[in-house]
Design a protein around this ligand. Structure first.
Ligand code: FAD
Length: 379
C-alpha cells in the first residue's frame, strides 16, 4: 500500500505540481492546480485513518510524500505540511462533535485545513499566544492577531490557538476549530515573501469570533499539550522533509547544469572542472546523510522510541541548517547561471531560508536540545 501511495505522490508531483511551480513562484500566486491535484488524488487524506476513507499513513510515508511534493514545489509542500498538522489535531480530538464529518471531508479531497498559531504579540513563541478568550454567555469570544497563516484565505478551516478564559499564562491555552466562513475571520494583508511565495502565509485577524465547547479541539486548557503531542512531531518531521525536497531539486538542477553547460573553447563541459564536481559531491553527501537521519526519526516516531522527542527536535534543526549550506553550494557551483530562473537553484535557495525561521526556529530548537541534554526543563 505504501509503495502505491508513494507512486501516486510521484505521479501527482511530476505530472501537475512540477508544471506550475515556476509560475507560482514568479507570480507569488496560490498553486490552485497543484492543490486540486492533491485533492483529487485524495493525498490530502494521507494520514486520515482508513475508517474515515483516508490512507492511514504513518510518519515514514508522510515524510516521503512531503519530500516528493516539495521537490517540485516547496510552496505546495508547505501547504500540504500545514494541512497534515491541522488534520493531526482533528484526528486526536475524539470529543470534537464534527470530527468524523471533517475527517471524511478531508479524506474525500473536499477540505483543506491549516494552523493559525503564531501571533503578533508572541512572535515565534507559538506555544504562548497572547490572545485570550473572554466568556460570552455559553460561548467564548476570541479576538487575535495571527501573524502568519499558511493557506490564509484558501483553507476551509483553521486550527486556532488562544489563551483559555482566566488563564494566567500563554501555555494555558485552547485549540479551536474555526471555519473559513465564520463571522469575524479575515485575512489582513497579502503574502509577498522572499521564498515559499505561493503559500499565502498572510496575517489573519479574528475579531469577536464566537466559539464554544463544540469547536474545542484540545482538552479545556490543554492546548499546549495538544501542540506538543499532536503537532510538534509531525511538523518537525514534515518541515525537515520539505527542506530535503528543496535540496533534492537543487542537486538535480546543479547536476543537469554541469552536464549541459559547455566550455566550447576547451571542448568540455562544466562537469570537467574538479572543484564543481567536488561541490556537487558535498551536496549529495549532505543530502544522503540527512535523509538517513530523517528516515530514522520517522521510524522512532512509528515505534515510539524512548528518545523520540530529542530526535524530533533535532530533525528540523539539522535539516534546515543543512539546506542553507546545500543551496548555497548549489548557487556557487552553477555560477552566474544560478541567478537565472531557467535553473531551479535560485528558487531552491530562497525557499530553503524559510525553514530556519519557522517556529520553533533553529535558535530555539538548539536551546531546547541543549536543555534536554542537560536535564533542564524546556519551558
Ligand atoms: C513562510 C512561512 C510560513 C509560516 N506559516 C505559519 C503557519 O501556517 N502557522 C503559524 O502559526 N505560523 C506560521 N509561520 C510563522 C513561523 O512559525 C514563525 O512564528 C515566524 O517565522 C517567526 O518570525 P518572527 O519575525 O516573529 O520571529 P521572532 O520571534 O521575532 O525571532 C527573531 C529572531 O530571534 C530568534 N529567537 C526568538 N526567540 C528566541 C529564543 N527564545 N532564544 C533564542 N533566539 C530566539 C529567532 O530564532 C530569530 O532568529 C510561518 C512563517 C513563514 C516564514
Amino acid at each position: 500500500m505504501s509503495v502505491d501511495i508513494v507512486s501516486l505522490a510521484e505521479k501527482v508531483a511530476t505530472e501537475t505540481i512540477r508544471r506550475y511551480a515556476s509560475e507560482v513562484d514568479t507570480d507569488g500566486r496560490w498553486p490552485a492546480e497543484s492543490i486540486d491535484a492533491l485533492k483529487q488524488s485524495k493525498l490530502l487524506g494521507l494520514v486520515v485513518p482508513t475508517e474515515f476513507g483516508g490512507m492511514g499513513a504513518g510518519p515514514s510515508v508522510f515524510a516521503k510524500v512531503t519530500r516528493i511534493i516539495a521537490q517540485e514545489c516547496a510552496s505546495t509542500g508547505m501547504i500540504f505540511l500545514m494541512h497534515i498538522c491541522g488534520t493531526r489535531v482533528i484526528i486526536d480530538a475524539p470529543a470534537f462533535p464534527r470530527r468524523n464529518e471533517i475527517l471524511q471531508r478531508i479524506a474525500s479531497g473536499n477540505h483543506l485545513t491549516t494552523l493559525a498559531f503564531s501571533e503578533k504579540g508572541s512572535r515565534s513563541h507559538f506555544w504562548a499566544p497572547v490572545s485570550q478568550a473572554v466568556p460570552q454567555g455559553d460561548k467564548q469570544s476570541v479576538s487575535a492577531q495571527k501573524s502568519w497563516v499558511t493557506s490564509a484565505g484558501h483553507a476551509d478551516s483553521y486550527v486556532v490557538s488562544t489563551q483559555a478564559v482566566n488563564a494566567k499564562e500563554g501555555t494555558t491555552s485552547n485549540l479551536f476549530y474555526v471555519e473559513k466562513t465564520q463571522e469575524g475571520v479575515s485575512v489582513t494583508s497579502l503574502w509577498n515573501g522572499l521564498g515559499l511565495r505561493g503559500n499565502a502565509s498572510a496575517p489573519m485577524k479574528l475579531e469577536n469570533v464566537f466559539l464554544g465547547v463544540d469547536e474545542l479541539l484540545s482538552p479545556e486548557g490543554g492546548g499546549f499539550g495538544s501542540m506538543m503531542s499532536s503537532v510538534l512531531p509531525w511538523f518537525q518531521l514534515g518541515n525537515a522533509s520539505v527542506s530535503l525536497g528543496i535540496c533534492a531539486a537543487a542537486i538535480e538542477s546543479t547536476r543537469t547544469h554541469l552536464l549541459n553547460s559547455k566550455l566550447e573553447h576547451l571542448g568540455q563541459n562544466l562537469a570537467s572542472l574538479p572543484n564543481l564536481r567536488g561541490r556537487l559531491a558535498r551536496m549529495k553527501i549532505l543530502y544522503d546523510t540527512h535523509l538517513a537521519f530523517i528516515e530514522q526519526v520517522a521510524h522512532k516516531m512509528e515505534t515510539n522510541a524512548p528518545d523520540v522527542m530529542l530526535a524530533v527536535l533535532e530533525s528540523k534543526a539539522a535539516v534546515s541548517e543543512m539546506a542553507l549550506e546545500l543551496t548555497d553550494l548549489a548557487m556557487r557551483t552553477c555560477g552566474g547561471a544560478a541567478f537565472s530562473k531557467h535553473l531551479t537553484v535560485e528558487r531552491n535557495f530562497r525557499d530553503a531560508r524559510a525553514a530556519w525561521v519557522m517556529a520553533p526556529t533553529t535558535d530555539v530548537l538548539q536551546d531546547f536540545i541543549g536543555k534536554a541534554l542537560l536535564d533542564m526543563p524546556l519551558f
